[in-house]
Structures are given as C-alpha cells and as structure tokens.
Ligand binder design. Structure first.
Ligand code: FMN
Length: 364
C-alpha cells in the first residue's frame, strides 16, 4: 500500500496498515465502479493474413537497457508483513522465471527494522537476476528522506530502478494521510541527480496528465508509469479504512472520489504526446494480454499489473503460474491476430480509436 505517514510510528502500526493494504483489496470490491480504462475504445484491425506462425511469436523486449522475456511488470505492491513476504517470494520467482520486472511496495516499513526489511529483501533472494524496482512515496520524499535512507531502500532489494509513487488522492482520503505535496517535484529532480539507478515516477490509480508528464520529463526521470483509473481505486481502499476509523468526512470523500482520475488509455495518449522522450509504463486496470497489446500499440514500452497478480499469488504459487501462462497466451494471441511477430511490430500496428477516444485509423 502506498504509504507516507510519520516515521516515528512504531513498526507494529505500520505492519497493521500494510496488512490492511493487502486484505482490503482482496476481501472488498475496491475496483473502479463507473470509471474504465478506456481500453474498450481501442480496437485492433483483424489481420486475416498474419503471415506468421504462432509458435514463432517473440514477446521479448528491451526497456531501460535491459532485456525482458515479455513487456510485463508486476506492479509495486507489498512488503512489511509476514503475508507480504510470502507474496513477494512467489511474485519474485515468477518474475525470475519469465523475465518480468517486479516492483515491491512502499519501503518505509523496511527502514523501521531489519525483520521488516527482509519482507522486501525476499524478492531479491527469489529473483537473483530479475529487474527489481524499489518504491518510496513522493510526499514522503518531500517531507524528508536522507540520501542514506534512500540508499538503504535501494540496497534492501539491490534494486535496478527506484519508483517514486504520487498518490495525492490516497493521502487525501487516508485517515492518517498527509496530503502535503509542496516541493515534491523539486525533490524528484534532486533524486535524479543523486541516485545512480533510473528513477521511475508512478501514480497508483488516478493517472498522469500530459502537463505532469512534461514537468517530470524536464527534471530528467527515466520512465513514467501512468497507473490510470479503471482498476484498483485507492480512494475506495481508504474509504473502507476511514469507515473503520469512524472518520465520516473521509469516508464520504472516498465515496465521492472513488472513480476519480484519468483513464489509463487516455493517460498513455496524453503522456506520449507531452513527453515524447520518456518511456511509458502502462498500468491501472490492465486485466489481460489483449489489454497489454493495446497499451503497447498506444505507445507504452511496458505493461504493469497489480491486483490480479496479488489475487493469484495469494491463492497459491501454481495458480500464479497458471495465470502468468494465460497472460502470455493472451498477449501472443493478440499478436498473432494483428500479424505482429514481435513487440516492435505491435507498436506499428493499426488500430481504431472509438467513443471517448475519438475516431479514425491510427498508425503512429
Ligand atoms: C495491494 C496493493 C498494494 C499497492 N501498494 C503500492 C505501493 O506500496 N506503492 C505503489 O507505488 N503502488 C502501490 N499499489 C498501486 C499499484 O502499483 C498500481 O499502480 C495500481 O494498483 C493499479 O494497478 P491495478 O489496477 O492492476 O491494481 C498497490 C496496489 C495494490 C493492489
């Protein structure tokens, strides 16, 4: 769960919040209700003459100078509890086996004690060669994190990149949240100069606009994860927590802003236009390999997914592997049907934007 609250709170409280951050998405329906990703408005053109064999389709790709087995990221989720340790271990083994990237959850909890740090560190133990992404909150950064602490966060998983999450909506609704975003961009700018690994800036489900992308590109970040609306709603998660805390105003705000945000497909299109030199990670409500293919066609370099990985990882490792194989089969099927032998070819494929995404045949 994205997290920015006070460093002085003890690890038990943080651990409890981390536990709820996993349990609420699993036990309550906190997915988007009226919002959608807008991916339903992206239609590929069927190719009746694909001129390729299904078993020769190549899903490998390069991102941030690294080769991946598929353009897939297990998006930042967890750490800080025993259950998180099991989940991170299972996700990491899948990332290692299939050549995916993987993010861990906000690592503030890992700074509090070594036992907590291990619940993130298991990701590296189980994925010695995978591309792992460390995670901190933007507001937490603005509040003050020393370079030593940032280095500790990176070293905890021997990270290949560091993600900074922007979660103003969540901070607003969270009972103990801190909606204080002054100075965040400047701190991100400092970070790009002081940290040697790539900095990825991500949302957590409300999307990145063209204006924000343009500001981020100017400060020299390495990639943007749009994490748009249409999937897990953090307003909804915090609404559930606000109800338990009997905070009626925050619970009301959580209900009102449940579907707030920029739909994922719209966010990719905006960011692609506004920050043409910055690679995009699609995320927010992606639920199958066809969604991935559409995001790649719109201009994303990688596709990330959070909640479905969590759900399957919680069931069992076998279910997680089966889910992963299904995702790959879906992606390859979409590639076969549009005649794309590799990921580069998806990026050049033709599609139609309908409904809310306007009309016309697009071929970038
Ligand atoms: C259980 C859970 C915990 C999450 N915790 C974090 C976090 O600690 N840091 C972060 O950057 N994003 C976090 N996220 C947000 C995801 O990385 C992702 O951006 C968002 O959930 C949209 O993807 P989805 O619709 O596939 O779930 C979390 C998501 C879930 C479902």
């Amino acid at each position: 769960m994205p997290d920015t609250s006070d460093f002085s709170s003890d690890s038990r409280i943080v651990s409890q919040r981390k536990k709820e951050g996993i349990e609420i998405p699993l036990q309550k329906n906190v997915q988007a209700r009226s919002a959608s990703t807008h991916l339903e408005y992206v239609k590929f053109i069927h190719n009746a003459l694909p001129e390729l064999n299904f078993d020769e389709i190549d899903t490998s790709t390069t991102f941030l100078n690294t080769r991946f087995g598929a353009p897939i990221i297990i998006d930042s989720m967890t750490g800080g509890t025993e259950m998180a340790s099991t989940i991170n271990s299972r996700l990491a083994r899948v990332a290692e086996k299939y050549g995916f990237a993987m993010g861990v959850g906000s690592q503030r909890a890992g700074l509090l004690n070594d036992k907590m740090a291990d619940t993130y560190g298991v990701a590296r133990k189980n994925a010695p060669n995978a591309f792992l992404i460390a995670n901190i909150g933007g507001a937490q950064l603005a509040k003050g994190l020393s370079l030593d602490e940032i280095q500790k966060i990176i070293d905890m998983i021997r990270a290949n990149a560091l993600a900074v999450h922007l979660n103003p909506l969540q901070e607003l609704i969270q009972p103990e949240g801190e909606p204080r975003y002054k100075g965040v961009l400047e701190r991100i700018s400092d970070l790009t100069k002081s940290v040697s690994i790539p900095i990825i800036v991500k949302e957590v489900g409300a999307g990145i606009s063209g204006d924000v992308a343009s500001k981020l590109e100017k400060v020299g970040i390495s990639a943007i994860n749009v994490a748009g609306s249409g999937g897990t709603s953090w307003a909804a998660v915090e609404k559930v927590r606000a109800e338990s805390a009997k905070d009626r105003i925050k619970a009301h705000l959580g209900e009102l802003f449940w579907d707030w945000g920029i739909p994922t497909a719209s966010s990719i299109i905006e960011v692609r236009e506004a920050a043409q030199d910055t690679p995009i990670i699609a995320s927010g409500g992606l639920r199958n390999g066809l969604d991935f293919a559409k995001c790649l066609a719109l201009g994303a370099s990688m596709c990330a997914m959070a909640y479905p990985f969590l759900r399957h990882a919680t069931e069992s490792e076998d279910r997680l592997v089966e889910f992963t194989l299904t995702l790959l089969a879906e992606l390859k099927s979409a590639m076969f049907l549009i005649g794309a032998p590799n990921i580069q070819a998806i990026k050049k494929s033709k599609y139609i934007l309908t409904g809310a995404l306007a009309t016309g045949v697009k071929n970038r």
